[in-house]
Each structure stands twice: as structure tokens, then as C-alpha cells.
Design a protein around this ligand. Sequence first.
Ligand SMILES: [Zn+2]
Length: 283
Amino acid sequence: MPVLSDVIAALDTLWPRERAEAWDAVGPVCGDPGAEVSRVLFAVDPVQEVAEEAVALGAELLVTHHPLYLRGTTSVAADTFKGRVVHTLIRNGVALHVAHTNADRADPGVSDALAAALGLRVTGPLVPDPSDPAGRRGLGRICELDVPLTLAEFTELAAARLPATAQGVRASGAPDRPVRTVAVCGGAGDGLFAEVRAAGADAYLTADLRHHPASEATEHAPLALVDAAHWATEWPWCEQAAAQLDAVSERNGWGLRVHVSHRVTDPWTAHRPSLRIREGAPN
Ligand SMILES: [Zn+2]
């Protein structure tokens, strides 16, 4: 049976920590490097219910995409919600490891998993990593649809293939607009509109699109926007990552049992379409 330091070395090979953004906080959060690991849980968010799921499962390692402490802390006392997570994990012998922007930029990375969930063919990164001679690593992905869809059909596809959330999927643009080239970026992708335009994308699927960036992007040039829940765009990575660790375990004869959390940790829990009819709008 491997010990935690063996498994973390494997995770660091898949998602090298030095490839994370400078502002990020990736790598181990808690855990004893010498402790044996037999069961691993992957999840997007290191929240209390996920920590408790790891404990109930008997996992010795929880791997999350989002950091628990992005900006550092001076206390892990259990009277804060993050401290409570730390206490739950340590008391039950569960280590926590984070693979965030290093997993975004990886090959395969978070946006590859998002593209795969939608059955899209990836042609390259949206923002290539200059340190990758193969040109496969980087932020976001450009994808081609073999058969063009309308924006309405593409939105339906995203709603059908991504894990269900209260937010669902919303779109901006004429519903009959043809979509063949799609840019995708798991998580908050509204900083990449210039790259999306340069790639000649017909549509951009990402999350957390705010009014002003979205309004300006669509006024600047015709671009269909498809906005899904942040959690839903990153959750496919958990399955991809679990399969990658499974393959490592198999190669090493570790016999790890690798699980993916299906708990929806998106903070939004309700959504209703507006019912008030606009004045002058057709009935
Ligand atoms: Zn994220």
C-alpha cells in the first residue's frame, strides 16, 4: 500500500505545482506524508460536506480543485468554517491536496475534461503555455464541432451533458446562430475574451460571466456566450483526474480505490425563469 508521499508524488507528476499561477495555493494542505493511503476522493470544493463525505467513505486523501486557503491564514481553529474542515480532516486521518491552476493548464487539463463531457474535438489550447513544445498545455481549449449546431442546439447539448445544477445553462446570442468553432474554459473565463475572438470562435462556453464583460464582449463582435455553473464546468475534471490516478495506481500495483464526489457544491440552489411579460413583447 502506498503512503501519502508516494501518492502526492504521482499527483505532482500529473499536475506539477510549479505550473500553477503565482497567486495560487496548490499542493498539500494537511496530511502525514508517511500515512498509508488506500482510498482517494476527488471533488471540486473543499467544503464541510465534502470533508464529511471523505470521512464516511474511509478515504485517507481528498483531492480538490479549489484551494481551501487561497490567501493564507493565521488560524485553523474550528470556530471558522475552514478551520472546521481542517479539524474534520485531521481528526479522521484524511489528507487534503489541491490541484488548481496547475490542473487548468495541464494536458489533459480541466478544459479538456469539459470539452470531452460535451463530446467536442479539441484542436488546441485557447492560451497556449509557451513552455510546452507540444503546444497542448495552457488555459481553455479551442474545439471544433464535426457537424455545426445552432446556438440553441449547442445550449441544449451543454445542459444535457453537464452535471445538473440549479443555475443550468444560459446563452447570449441569436438562437439560430451557427456554431462550429467553440472555445471552452472551465471555471471563471471572462478574462479571456480577446483570446476567444482571436481564435475565431463562434461560441464561448465558460462560467461566472458578469454583466459588463459579457455585454462588452458581445457588443465588440458577434460572439455567442454560453454560461454554465462554475462547479458544473469543473466537475468533469474530477472524473478525468480520478481515471488518471487510477491508471497510476494500476501501473504501480497500489490497488487504490479512487472515487469522485457527486455532491453539488455550487453555491446557487434555486433558479426560476422570469415570468413578468415585457411591455410590448410578443405574447
Ligand atoms: Zn474553479
